[in-house]
Design a binder for this molecule. Sequence first.
Ligand SMILES: [Zn+2]
Length: 458
Amino acid sequence: MSWDKTSTTQQAKAQEAALRTQLVDAVGPFSPFWSERFKALGTTAGKAAADLRTVAPVGERDVCPDGDPSGAASLVLQAGESGWALHAEGPTLRKALTSRLARPGSYAATVEADTRPTSFVFAGLGLRYPVASTRHDLDVVARAGARLWQVLGLTRSDVLVAAMAPEASATYQGLSLAALGAGSPALFPGDDPDEVTAALQLVPATVLALHTDTAADTLDDLDEAGAVLASVTTVLLVGAPSDDERAGVGEALDRVGIRPRVLAVHVPEGHRLLWGECAEGSGLHTYPDLEVVQTVDAETGETNDGQGPDELVVTQLGMRGSALLRWRTGDLADKVDTGTCRCGRTVPRVLGLQRGALVPLLSLRGGHRGVDLRGLASALDGRADLDDWRIVIGPSPRDDHDEVVVHVVAVGDPSDVAVAVARDIRAAAGLLPTQVVVNEPGELPNGERISRRVHQRV
Ligand SMILES: [Zn+2]
């Protein structure tokens, strides 16, 4: 049976086994972060594997609590020669042991091939941290990439040109390994319109990859530079586009005078596998044998009540470097749909994804920064001195800057509560709110909902 057509029951069974292997044989014993955390929670990798939802999800601020990216190193599996036997597959281990007798040092080489990080990308919304891959992981990324090509309806005869600046990101690495895995020629000329135009002179590209947030402008720039775009039948929007962004790209394509398919590809922050659409708006297809994709309440990190949008949480299966377990991506999604897609694939699809929505980049008076709304919410959730609260972010009515205004209904003395709230928010999120407003019950403001109680000023 192919990877994308197995029944829900078969998928669940295979996923359960893979999850157990990943947690009991790899993450539990070899992830410094998780072995400590399991101990602190009074649980074990085996129990966690039996019901993932009992494991409180973690994100970048949990791993790097003081904003120091070196904390991310504790997610990297660290196996010594003595421990490795536990998670090596039988034949690989036997071969390594045999050759160790004949050639001292070769055992360590085999261990390293499986567990030693050889490649790094950078990720992060509120802070920038490294994500490590072993050679084995890169192989998984390339294999998932070959599948992505199938989902996108591409073949090895397609030719990719990516108009993207070279960067050490999972997106850039994933796209180049996808082309490699699928056997497609791929050119990465950078994002300079003249360089991209020159690359398009060399090869008749059928696939053009563009960063979602700059795609419309890039298309106009390429048109102006005289790029040959007539052969392009597919535009990949890298980073899940919003409806407005899709519309903007549609208009730019009209101006350029081509009508390719426009498909989204996306890798959540911290993760390494690119998800894609089979048709516009189909939802992002995931890989159930390589990851478990779940949603949680964006404010509390607890299992959600089905009242979307919720935060996407990813658990990797079979990855070895920075192995993610219940990882909070900062992306919001309406739903993870497990029904069969129009394309016939039975893999879970992520619908209504809003990339990085929980850590928006705000232009505060103190400068531009990603503000982690989850940290703000955690300082307010479940407090005895608050009856209710709202966080409202958005442009100030007074000037061009953004504001973070916290509205509360206080239980005790209003000014004491306001001071305590400001202090705790600074401790949890490293940010002092622009203002703390104490409201009367029933007078909390409403805006466009990001999550239940975090709103955008409209
Ligand atoms: Zn589909």
